[in-house]
Every structure is written in structure tokens, then in C-alpha cells.
Design a protein around this ligand. Structure first.
Ligand SMILES: [Zn+2]
Length: 518
């Protein structure tokens, strides 16, 4: 199932990429100063000729669902699999193997209505690995003690895969960058460091120990279990976007990473004046502080920001250095899997901002990402997009676009991003965005990768919002799934986790698939 045409050019370019990697022992890819080169871009003409990726081999759509171990423990593995197959026509489990966050693990977010299945009680999350940790894979890692304790010995891979396979269901390992430093011994050794020298809550993408830790986990999962693939969620942005508040969260301390010794040295090796970059980000931080708190400068907010970039072009250079480092880690995970099991499918969840922020969209270049991925999962989560986009617009209006009104900033974004016709700022939080947005983002992704790899859009099913904000309806899910499929997607990823979804809404995905003929 789900094998793509082995003869296509993308497969050929991927094999060439791996062949290139083959001359390097894997250990050299994880050490300090790792310089894994971006693979040579395949001839675009070649990629354009190959377009079988959006058509599945057996006519069946790839219907994945993100699911945490808690659901299997609460509802029983067999009953859970019954429900997924019957309601959602699910044939791929994206099983959360590692997280310290609630987005992919545990039950419903406390305070939000519990769905119509599972244990009707909120839970506590410790987090960590929801599959057994085999110590032999962590010999070189400074991070070893990661087994999540809250579900006893339950193993989301070993205890589920045989039963899933018996039903013809595949299993992909799903993991994300959600850490709890307080619960991870030695975390400070892999942590990012901000512009002021403070240790952060996530890892440094250039820290060799952080890379070794990721490689250890991936090797463990792939070698200890018969998994069909893997998807990583690197849900964070570089220091420029973070400093400017380009997010849909509340106002908080600005996170300006990473300026650790590994990054500073590597940046210098790349020809960037790392110290000037650090000075530039401190100046940018001050600029944001003034913009948020002081009267508008006589030259205007945007002009003073641009002037800062002219003074410190290293700000942009450091932002590029950040996301190129993220790309290196994608490549590292990809090559680690392929050396163990070339047939395992490796893909990346590209977080929601890719559909909402022109700045993040520019960085997350699908055509580049496709060179080291077997699939991509963009996230046109149209229901929660309403309140999220409204908050994002207000956040960036308060900094970069203070010369404009929030309504004008939204219109600017609609124009730049191609979301014309979506709701006004006043309506957005309660109306959400339309299925047209799902279709547009699906088509854009397929075009960007030139059909070289499958695009599986994430479908928003009850992703939590505030009670007075948009709530997912049955028709929302059905139209979103149909929009994705009618736009050429060979599958979908039902998101963000089963434990939050109402069965009636999960069933809407199944109805759409049936209607589509899959
Ligand atoms: Zn760093």
C-alpha cells in the first residue's frame, strides 16, 4: 500500500542524495560542525516530468490520524482501531511517540468540553517517550531518561502495530519539539541560548548533542519496531519572526534564539559577523519595545524597522542561518531513517503559520523541503485559523505594521497570501476560514513541489479554541476533506489528535472519503 512510482525522477534524485550521504559515516553527520550539504537540487525539468506523486498506487487515499497513547489506553487498542476505521476510514496511524506537550498527547485540554468518547475526565501529562526506550541506542546521547511514566508499560508502537497491521493499517512515528526542561536530566546540554545568554526551553538546532539525541530516538524507533514511516513537527520560528511577535499566542517575553557557542562559531564559519548579529537582535528587541510602548516615530514604524535592517543586515543573515539549520536537521533525520529502512516514508508537518505569515511562508520553501522528504503535511487548519489569524494580525499590527490599522493589515495579508474573500477581522474569530483556504493551500503546496512528493494536508477536527470562538462543525470537516482531495491531494492527516475529536466530526471525514470514492 501507498507505494509511489519507483521510476519517477524524484525517487532517482532521492537515491542520488542518499548515495551522496553514503560516503559519510552517519556519525559524522551528528558531530560538532556538521556540514551535511543540502543535496544538489534535481533538475527542475526532471521533477516537472514526474508527477505521479499525487496519485496513489491502489486508488485508496492516504488517511492518517494523529493519535496519542492515552486514547489506546483509555478506549482499548482494538476498540480504538475499530472506531478509526469505521468512522474516519483511517488507514494510517500517526502515533505520538515523543512529546512533552498536550497538543499530541493526553486527553482533551482541561476546561474544554470532553468529546463523545474516551474517559470523561481531564488528565495530567508528564510527557516523554510513549514507546519503550532501548538504552543501547542512547550510548552517545547525553539525554537518556525520557520514558513517559503516566501510562505504565504501555508502548504505543509494540502494543499497537501488530493489531494495526492485521487490519492493513500502517503506523508512522509522530514526534515534536515539545520539551519540558524540568523533567529532562541534562537538558541544559542541548538547550538553545537566547541573545542575552539565557537558556531556553527548546533545543539548539546546531548543538551536536541535540542532534545526537534526535538520531538516537529515530534509530531506536526504526530498529525496534516495524514502522512504516515517520513525521516530525518542528513547530518554531527563527529569531526575527519571534522577536516581531509573528505568532497567534498572547503577548509574552520575546524569544530570541539561538546564540549559543555552537551557533556563534558556526555562524562565523559561514561568514556572518555573529557578534554584530547579536547586537542587531538586541537593537531589534529594543525597537519592538519602543514600538509597543512609545508614540509612533515621526518617520513611521515600518521605515524605522527597515532602517534597522540596513544598519544590521546580519539580522536577516541570522534568521536565514536559523531556518537553514532546521533544514539540516530535517536532512539528518531523513538520512538516519533511510540508512535503516529506505522504504520508510519520512515527512514533515509544516506548522500553521505557513498559511498565515508571509515571512514564515518564505522560509518554509516546499520545493527545498521536498528534496529531503517523502511527503509534506501543510496545515490549513481552517476552523481554528479564524481566531488564530485574528490574533496573529493584531500581534504583527502592534509591531511591524503599526502604520496601518488591523483591518488593513488583514487585507494586506489576504492579498499577499492569496486568501481573498475570507472573513473580516471582526468575523474571523467566530467564523473560521473557508474550505477555499484549504483548497488554495493544497494546490499551492502541490505546485511548489511540482508534484514530486505527496502533499497530505492537515484537516482541523476540533482543534481547541476558546468557547466563544469558532467550533468545528460536521460540515466544516466534510467540506475541508473534499476541498483537499478535489485539489489533488492523495490523502489527508486528521489533526491534531483523536482524543480531542468528536466522533460525529471524525465521521464527517469518513463521509467525505466515501463520497469522493475512496
Ligand atoms: Zn545554538
Amino acid at each position: 500500500m501507498f507505494k509511489w512510482d519507483e521510476g519517477n525522477k524524484t525517487e532517482a534524485s532521492r537515491r542520488n542524495f542518499l548515495k551522496g550521504l553514503g560516503v559519510l559515516p552517519l556519525t559524522t553527520l551528528v558531530g560538532e560542525g556538521n556540514r551535511m550539504a543540502w543535496p544538489t537540487a534535481p533538475g527542475m525539468a526532471n521533477v516537472a516530468q514526474a508527477n505521479p506523486a499525487q496519485v496513489s498506487a491502489n486508488g485508496k487515499k492516504f488517511v492518517a490520524i494523529q493519535i496519542g497513547a492515552r486514547s489506546f489506553v483509555d478506549e482499548g487498542v482494538d476498540k480504538c482501531l475499530d472506531t478509526l476505521q469505521e468512522k474516519g476510514r483511517v488507514n494510517v496511524l500517526m502515533s505520538t511517540v515523543f512529546t512533552y506537550g498536550r497538543g499530541l498527547a493526553g486527553r482533551q485540554v482541561p476546561g474544554r468540553p470532553l468529546p463523545d468518547h474516551g474517559v470523561q475526565e481531564y488528565d495530567q501529562i508528564h510527557g516523554g517517550s510513549y514507546t519503550r526506550v532501548h538504552p543501547e541506542f542512547y550510548g552517545d546521547s547525553v539525554i537518556k531518561d525520557i520514558r513517559a511514566p503516566e501510562l505504565g508499560d504501555f508502548d504505543i508502537l509494540a502494543d499497537v502495530i501488530p493489531k494495526a497491521k492485521a487490519r492493513g493499517m500502517q503506523t508512522y512515528c509522530l514526534f515534536e519539539e515539545a520539551y519540558n526542561p524540568r523533567l529532562i536530566p541534562n537538558f541544559e546540554k542541548i538547550a538553545e541560548v537566547d541573545v542575552y545568554g539565557r537558556t531556553g526551553h527548546s533545543t539548539c538546532l546546531n548543538n551536536p548533542y541535540a542532534r545526537t539525541f534526535l538520531v538516537s530516538m529515530v534509530k531506536d524507533w526504526l530498529k525496534s519496531n516495524d514502522v512504516d514511516g515517520l513525521m516530525w513537527e518542528s513547530e518554531r520560528q527563527g529569531p526575527l519572526n519571534d522577536t516581531l511577535g509573528m505568532n497567534f499566542g498572547g503577548a509574552g517575553q520575546r524569544s530570541i534564539h539561538c546564540f549559543c557557542t555552537y551557533c556563534m562559531e558556526k555562524g562565523r564559519e559561514r561568514g556572518i559577523d555573529a557578534e554584530k548579529a547579536r547586537q542587531g537582535y538586541m537593537a531589534l528587541d529594543r525597537w519592538v519595545g519602543h514600538t509597543l510602548n512609545d508614540p509612533r516615530p515621526s518617520d513611521g514604524t515600518f521605515v524605522t524597522w527597515w532602517r534597522l535592517l540596513l544598519e544590521y543586515p546580519e539580522i536577516l543573515a541570522w534568521e536565514k542561518f536559523w531556518f537553514r539549520s532546521q533544514e539540516e536537521v530535517y536532512g539528518l533525520i531523513y538520512s538516519t531513517v533511510k540508512v535503516i529502512n529506505p522504504g520508510a516514508q519520512v515527512g514533515w508537518h509544516i506548522m500553521h503559520y505557513v498559511t498565515l505569515s508571509p515571512f514564515y511562508r518564505a522560509e518554509q520553501d516546499y520545493s527545498r523541503l521536498a528534496q529531503k522528504a517523502d511527503f509534506l503535511k501543510p496545515c490549513p487548519y481552517n476552523n481554528c485559523a479564524g481566531p488564530r489569524f485574528a490574533r496573529y494580525i493584531r500581534n504583527v499590527q502592534a509591531t511591524l505594521f503599526r502604520d496601518l490599522s488591523p483591518e488593513q493589515v488583514l487585507e494586506l495579508h489576504y492579498r499577499i497570501l492569496g486568501h481573498a474573500g475570507e472573513p473580516s477581522l471582526e468575523q474571523l474569530p467566530t467564523s473560521g476560514m473557508s474550505a477555499n483556504y484549504v483548497a488554495a493551500e493544497t494546490k499551492r503546496a502541490i505546485a511548489a513541489v511540482q508534484n514530486s512528493i505527496p502533499i497530505y494536508p492537515g484537516i482541523d477536527i476540533d482543534i481547541p479554541t476558546a468557547m466563544n470562538e469558532k467550533q468545528t462543525q460536521h460540515s466544516d470537516v466534510k467540506t475541508a476533506v473534499l476541498a483537499a482531495l478535489n485539489s489533488g491531494a492523495p490523502g489527508v492527516v486528521l489533526s491534531r489528535k483523536y482524543a480531542e475529536m468528536k466522533l460525529t466530526n471524525l465521521a464527517a471525514a469518513g463521509e467525505a472519503l466515501r463520497e469522493f470514492g475512496s
